[in-house]
Design a protein around this ligand. Structure first.
Ligand SMILES: [Zn+2]
Length: 269
């Protein structure tokens, strides 16, 4: 699932390819993907251009040269592809922004969980959807305030987008592993130092993922993510299911219904 690091990569791709070009047409294969009706969307995009982007958690907003934004949500498998010739149209490009210069930006929607639509006020949208500050923007004070009021496992609280935006399942496991905090520790029982560690590790893990453009194989050896077995065959065998720091077997359990990896030796309640 595209998480914050992937969406940040898409944001940079969008900026590098699709700004400052008049939009000549918008093709939509399946109107179910739209949160704004097609005629309105087409009218609000046609002859306008994208002039900037903003990302909050897994949400990408593209600013138009008009008082509104295009909101893109990448669902489970969404992606972007910029191309020119019709024969290069990627599979699953179910929405295509056509530019006056002949180039096109395809929004790839393999499983149709992706969504786009017009948003007039980002702050209003985020507050209506209960999406808090982005994980790279939230201050330690804000994070502390949001964690302190919840008597629930820290893992579940961090996954809740109303605590902080953009933290998905593998990221929260990695952050708690790096911060040496047990995923079931109650959020309101965290010490000030533990919250500082969470804030620091959250930035470190996300920045590492963005720097490697979300290629998990390139992550540092001491990352827990390798135990999830997503790497290339072979690498996966070597790293197996041992903690890279202490050698203990990685524990797998469910916290708040989500599969959770952690080192019981390193992460204490
Ligand atoms: Zn360990």
């Amino acid at each position: 699932m595209p998480e914050l690091p992937e969406v940040e990569t898409y944001r940079r791709y969008f900026e590098a390819t699709s700004l400052y070009q008049p939009i000549s047409d918008v093709y939509v294969e399946d109107k179910k993907l739209l949160t704004t009706d097609y005629d309105t969307l087409n009218q609000q995009l046609k002859n306008h251009q994208f002039i900037g982007t903003k990302r909050v958690g897994k949400n990408l907003f593209a600013q138009l040269d008009a008082p509104y934004w295009l909101h893109l949500h990448f669902g489970m498998t969404g992606d972007l592809a910029y191309f020119k010739d019709d024969e290069d149209t990627p599979r699953f490009a179910r929405i295509i922004f056509k530019f006056a210069n002949g180039f096109k930006l395809g929004f790839l929607c393999p499983r149709k969980f992706e969504r786009i639509g017009i948003v007039e006020d980002i702050e209003e949208y985020l507050s209506r959807k209960k999406i808090n500050k982005d994980a790279l923007e939230i201050t330690v004070e804000e994070l502390s305030k949001n964690l302190n009021k919840k008597n629930a496992p820290v893992k579940s609280v961090l996954l809740d987008q109303s605590t902080v935006a953009g933290i998905g399942n593998w990221i929260v496991d990695e952050v708690l592993y790096q911060a040496k905090i047990h995923p079931e520790k109650k959020a309101n029982q965290l010490t000030e130092n533990e919250i500082l560690e969470i804030h620091k590790c959250m930035r470190f893990v996300i920045q590492t993922a963005i720097n490697s453009q979300a290629n998990y194989d390139d992550f540092p050896e001491n990352f827990l993510i390798h135990a999830r077995g997503w790497g290339r065959a072979g690498l996966q065998d070597i790293r197996a299911d041992k903690c890279a720091t202490c050698g203990a077997k990685i524990s797998i359990s469910k916290v708040g219904g989500r599969t959770t990896y952690f080192c019981a030796n390193r992460q204490r309640i």
